[in-house]
Design a protein around this ligand. Sequence first.
Ligand SMILES: C[S@@+](CC[C@H](N)C(=O)[O-])C[C@H]1O[C@@H](n2cnc3c(N)ncnc32)[C@H](O)[C@@H]1O
Length: 199
Amino acid sequence: MQQHGLRAIALDPVTRHVELARNAVAEAGADVDVVQAGIEDMPIDDGVADWIWCRDVLVHVDLERGFAECARVLRPGGHLLGYVTCSTERLEPREAAWLFGALAIVPESTDPEAIETRAADAGLTLRSKTALGGEWRERMLVDGTWSANDDLAEVSRLRRSGADFEDPRVAAQAAGAAWGIYQLLGKTCPTVYVWASSS
Ligand SMILES: C[S@@+](CC[C@H](N)C(=O)[O-])C[C@H]1O[C@@H](n2cnc3c(N)ncnc32)[C@H](O)[C@@H]1O
């Protein structure tokens, strides 16, 4: 695969998401290469990246491999911003098993302690940590860009319809609708981390 130098690069391993990203980039007229790849194996040279912007991805990733690869591509003093939906002590084990199973989430990758330890092990230095809790969702409620009512109604309708929650598509739809609600309930805590590469 082509190795990229100093440019803006967007990565996703899922074909459909790459297509959507390419369309969005074209529509915005942005100068961004969209590449099909995972964060664990980025087609980027060692030590060339100034910034990695990683929103809502690390929960899907084996942290050891993901952080090692970020540390590899960052230049010395480069930064990684990771927006991670962490789990909290309010998330009961059965809820966690359902939510994470339905959304292809690695349970350990939602644990703040594991996230911080694995990042440090990869040689990344924590610069800041901002626990947003439900703040962003509250904002969406206030400005009308998200409806908790609609998401709750969707979960309810799925339950009443007799849909098979063992079906991965049904489970993903329901868990996706519950996602924002769990944030408002404090069962998960969106958190923004900034790490610096020390190597
Ligand atoms: C919740 S979406 C977030 C999308 C986008 N970053 C955003 O904030 O709107 C998670 C994305 O991570 C992608 N993803 C899953 N596994 C990944 C991996 N190993 N490396 C990079 N991206 C991954 C999924 O395909 C999906 O597009």
